[in-house]
Design a protein around this ligand. Structure first.
Ligand code: SF4
Ligand code: FES
Length: 296
């Protein structure tokens, strides 16, 4: 409702119940509580967990306290996060990368060892790189709320917390791929796409198919005529519009599998949007024709 200048959010996700309240990046200053009780709130509050009241007055980037706190939170989040953006598949779509551009320091003040974990394969399609995880809990909420059984969670406390419970063996349900889409950083990546291309070299195109398991509405990420990956469609807040099944995500990588709707509009704050008007029109036309022929 307040337009483009919304507070950043690393853990809140509209479609996941109980999300938010963990990362503290969305702190704002409430200078007037409400019409009834105009007292200001004594501390900065997490905007994702604060109910809006009639007459409430909220300061976001106009408050030096908020900007200062956001700087501190960014520094904390980056204490353990490796600065491996040049080789990370999430680069260009990473919320932490955006956050650190806007609120980060140019160097780290942290002298100690960062936590280190072995990479874990979650089944044959997803890889967990725990070094990059910021413990936002979104992926565990996807597992909890989209799939029939709880399959993984966060174990241990503090510095040794990790996403686990022998997930290599058990995350094999039809909707597990959505964990990749909700992960704000590069901790959960699509093994079928890893290291194939930088995301800003690919062209997002919306497409759909008649899928018995999900809405079948996706974004195809093309390089030339090849579909490099399939993801859920995202809105301007970078949240998935409708969760998709693993068949659509991992098994349908041919243009023939889809009815192409047209270029995806990436109007959110992302380096990907810089590429969207450079579609090679003949290539897109061919993709649409090819998918229409399949439809007939
Ligand atoms: S793996 Fe990604 S989605 Fe899961 S808790 Fe870590 S940062 Fe969040
Ligand atoms: S988005 Fe509000 S605390 Fe994380």
């Amino acid at each position: 409702m307040i337009g483009e200048n919304v507070p950043p959010a690393m853990c809140y996700y509209t479609k996941l119940e109980g999300s938010g309240g963990k990362c503290r990046t969305c702190l704002v200053k409430v200078t007037k509580g409400s019409e009834k009780d105009p007292r200001p709130m004594p501390k900065l509050v997490a905007s994702c967990k604060t109910a809006v009241m009639d007459g409430m007055e909220v300061r976001n980037t106009t408050s030096p306290d908020v900007l200062d706190a956001r700087k501190g939170i960014t520094e904390f989040l980056l204490i353990n996060h490796p600065l491996d953006c040049p080789v990370c598949d999430q680069a260009g779509e990473c919320k932490l990368q955006d956050l650190s551009y806007e609120h980060g320091l140019s160097k780290s003040r942290y002298d100690f060892h960062r936590r280190e974990f072995e990479k874990i394969d979650i089944g044959d399609k997803i890889q967990l790189h725990m070094n990059r995880c910021i413990l936002c809990y979104r992926c565990t909420q996807v597992a909890d709320q989209l799939t029939p059984e709880r399959v993984h969670g966060v174990i241990n406390r503090g510095e040794v917390s990790e996403i686990s419970t022998y997930i290599e063996n058990v995350v094999d349900n039809d909707f597990s791929g959505n964990m990749i889409d909700v992960c704000p950083v590069g901790a959960l990546t699509d093994k079928t796409f890893r290291f194939k291309s930088r995301v800003w070299y690919t062209k997002p195109v919306n497409a759909h198919r008649n899928c018995p398991k999900c809405s079948g509405k996706v974004t195809l990420w093309y390089q030339g005529e090849e579909v490099l990956r399939v993801t859920g469609r995202k809105d301007q807040w970078n949240e998935v519009e409708e969760f998709i099944c693993n068949d659509c995500r991992f098994e349908k990588k041919e243009t023939n599998d889809w009815i192409v709707d047209g270029p995806a509009d990436i109007n959110r704050h992302s380096v990907v949007s810089k590429n969207q008007f450079t579609y090679e029109l003949p290539v897109l036309q061919k993709q649409i024709e090819q998918s229409n022929m399949t439809e007939q």
